[in-house]
Design a protein around this ligand. Structure first.
Ligand code: GLN
Length: 311
């Protein structure tokens, strides 16, 4: 039996000594104020065993990791019709890029770049006031994490709103192509609030279990079909780190979704749901030390999806 607890304690100790930790997001004060020295990791195995190390119980801004949960929810509402309005290809561009939208008629490449996530937020809004749509996302996250203490950091949400000029541009541009059905400020209100959800590594790993367990949660409840879980994982592998997705697949070999708060949710299908957090980012806006930690974890466990099953 692999000693996962031992491995992640070792990794946390190794990460504590790394000097080049990347740069903390500085576009809003609540993120800029975070100490780059933090590191947390939580691993939940298929049998429910939970292992944590470092700052695994400290809440951070999940930012774009929320796009996984919003996509799951929107697929539940719209089904495959969602793919008429959002693509499924890696963009090879920055998370907030507008460049492809012009030639591709306002249809974002995938649901994990900002433009795609804003369309997904617009779909969740369908039949709802913005406040209700935000509540629905938060309820979904709390339900899959089985933790009602998870909340939204209102200071972060206000900061996103005050500085989100690129997102405002993306939304207006897509609206001009008819790919946003609600007022721009409603879709963005939902998007900004989902980005501001605060969670710890332990809570995030809990929330990701359905993607490890073919769409089910412990106890047998079904969140999505096995096919849908497989497809969300495929999208995370191809698009979850924007223009750093190839590098992440090359080094880690797991479906993963990053956020500018420094969190990464990574899924080892059938084996583990993993959350890491280190707020310093690389030049692509993905957690620098977080990816290093996952690379080491996968190396020591053989959990890459490209490794043959150990047993
Ligand atoms: N709130 C951030 C933005 O929209 C989220 C981006 C991210 O985490 N990559 O710019």
């Amino acid at each position: 039996m692999t000693d996962i607890g031992g491995i992640i304690s070792e990794i946390a100790a190794e990460m504590a000594t790394v000097e080049d930790r990347g740069t903390v997001a500085s576009y809003i004060p609540p993120l800029a104020a975070i100490d780059p020295g933090h590191f947390g990791i939580a691993v939940i195995e298929a049998d429910g065993a939970c292992h944590v190390a470092g700052d695994a119980d400290m809440a951070f801004s999940i930012q774009s990791v929320s796009k996984v949960f919003a996509l799951t929810l929107a697929l539940g509402k719209a089904g495959d019709a969602l793919w008429k309005r959002v693509g499924r290809e890696p963009s090879g561009s920055a998370f907030n890029s507008i460049v492809q939208l012009e030639t591709e008629s306002g249809v974002p490449r995938n649901p994990f770049i900002n433009a795609g996530a804003i369309v997904v937020a617009d779909m969740i809004l369908s039949g709802h006031a913005p406040r209700e749509a935000i509540g629905e996302i938060l309820r979904f996250v709390r339900a899959v994490a089985e933790d009602d203490t998870i909340g939204i950091d209102e200071a972060v949400a206000r900061g996103e709103q005050a500085t989100g000029f690129r997102n405002i541009a993306l939304a207006n541009y897509m609206r001009a192509f008819g790919n946003l059905h609600h007022p721009v400020d409603h879709a963005l209100g939902v998007y900004f609030h989902q980005c501001a959800i605060a969670m710890s590594c332990r809570q995030l790993a809990q929330a990701g279990r359905y993607l490890m367990m073919q769409g089910r949660v412990p106890g047998g409840g079904r969140i999505v079909s096995a096919a849908r879980a497989r497809r969300i994982n495929a999208l995370m592998m191809m698009c979850g780190h924007y223009d750093g997705s190839g590098e992440f697949a090359f080094r880690v070999g797991l479906p993963g979704k990053s956020g500018v708060g420094g969190g990464i949710l990574a899924i080892a299908p059938g084996r583990a749901s993993i959350a890491v957090w280190s707020p310093g980012l690389n030049e692509r806006g993905n957690s620098k030390i977080g990816a290093v930690a996952l690379e080491r974890l996968v190396h020591r466990t053989g959990w890459s999806v490209f490794d043959p099953a150990a047993d």
